[in-house]
Design a protein around this ligand. Structure first.
Ligand SMILES: *Cc1c(COP(=O)(O)O)cnc(C)c1O
Length: 365
């Protein structure tokens, strides 16, 4: 039987292939590869899509977070609060901005940052909090706002997600996106963006991504080379028109898994926080004997995955933070139990039935 991958990008490419090819040809003809109208157009359109005043395209999602933190003034000696269960890039961006990552655990139901624990970690040096909209649903933003700190959102998995009809960035300083190919809105290489309603922050970001220039050969601050690539902007402009439909397909596929898996007692399906429009970047269930189940699925050609096997505090890169096993018990439990099932726009009912049946067999072993 045909293998079922965790993510199949080829099915999305089919919808935009002609437009992307024509756009690439146009950029090559003009030989204008850096910034320019394609990037500006995407920034305008993505700002409108997220109901933000500004969007600044950058090289990737990690840079989006780092530059947003630098632009809001995070510096060595500062602390930035973030959840322990996230992709490593969230914490890397904080560290690269020079700040100290201060980790907190998540709640067990939704696996999102626990605002109560964040409140308990606020100190004299706390400069910002970075909630992560993990797997495609937003953290509890009113509770995060109530912490009284500047908020920079990690929306790398949440393109199109809303909470009470508000997109990431609506009630915070900035929202940071990744356009890594497998994300809900993915480029054909790396890409990222920051959305914000703060004009000054946007102006600082535009300089920071471009060698710190406010105009050519004028460098009032030490910046970076971190622009959204023009060819990637062509891809993103083509794909943005399909994003809502693709997200709707993800949601429909998630509902179908909910139905297919309901009879299997050992499987816990993901839950959606009230008020959230979840965009299911990842559909992660929780199962006993996860590693054995994963092996069994792989042996049947089912490309299940783990997001994420190691919480931040147990990653070698962050051993200097001085944490040990047991510090964030919910994140650690999730790291042992979560299993991500294949889910992408275009996945068929037959494929999902095969995944559910294989999961049932794996659990019965
Ligand atoms: C993908 C991702 C990032 C990093 O984005 P890149 O474009 O790969 O640098 C950051 N945070 C989260 C939660 C992500 O999923």
């Amino acid at each position: 039987m045909r293998p079922i991958p965790l993510v199949d990008l080829a099915r999305q490419h089919a919808a935009v292939a002609d437009e992307v090819a024509a756009g690439f040809a146009r950029v090559m003809e003009a030989s204008a590869f850096i910034l320019g109208e394609d990037v500006a157009k995407f920034e305008r359109r993505f700002a409108a899509y997220t109901a933000s005043a500004h969007c600044v395209g950058v090289a990737n999602g990690t840079d989006a977070l780092e530059l947003a933190l630098r632009a809001m003034g995070a510096a060595p000696g500062d602390e930035v609060i973030l959840p322990a269960n996230t992709f490593v890039a969230t914490a890397l961006a904080v560290a690269r901005a020079g700040a100290r990552p201060v980790l907190v655990d998540c709640d067990e139901d939704y696996q999102l940052i626990d605002p109560g624990q964040a409140a308990a970690r606020i100190g004299r040096r706390t400069r910002a909090v970075v909630p992560v909209h993990l797997f495609g649903q937003m953290a509890d933003m009113p509770a995060i706002a109530a912490l009284g700190l500047p908020v920079v959102e990690d929306a790398a998995q949440a393109h199109g997600a809303t909470q009470d009809a508000r997109a990431p960035g609506a009630g915070s300083l900035a929202a940071c996106y990744s356009f890594y190919p497998g994300k809900n809105l993915g480029a054909y290489g790396d890409g990222g963006a920051v959305t914000t309603n703060d004009e000054e922050l946007a102006t600082r970001l535009q300089a920071l991504r471009n060698y710190g220039s406010d105009r050519k050969y004028h460098h009032p601050v030490a910046g970076f080379n971190s622009r959204l690539d023009t060819l990637q902007a062509v891809v993103l402009n083509a794909k943005l028109a399909h994003l809502d439909r693709w997200n709707a397909e993800r949601v429909a596929a998630a509902r179908r898994y909910d139905e297919l898996l309901r009879p299997i007692d050992a499987v816990r399906c993901p839950r959606v926080r009230p008020g959230n429009a979840h965009v299911f970047h990842i559909y992660a269930v929780r199962v006993p004997r996860r590693d054995e189940v994963l092996q069994a699925l792989h042996s049947e050609g089912i490309g299940a995955g783990i997001h994420y096997p190691t919480p931040i505090h147990l990653c070698g890169a962050f051993r200097d933070l001085g944490h040990r096993e047991g510090d964030f018990p919910v994140a650690e439990k999730l790291a042992r139990e979560t299993l991500s099932l294949p889910l992408f726009p275009g996945i068929t009912q037959d494929e999902q039935v095969r995944v559910a049946e294989a999961l049932q067999r794996a659990l019965a072993r």
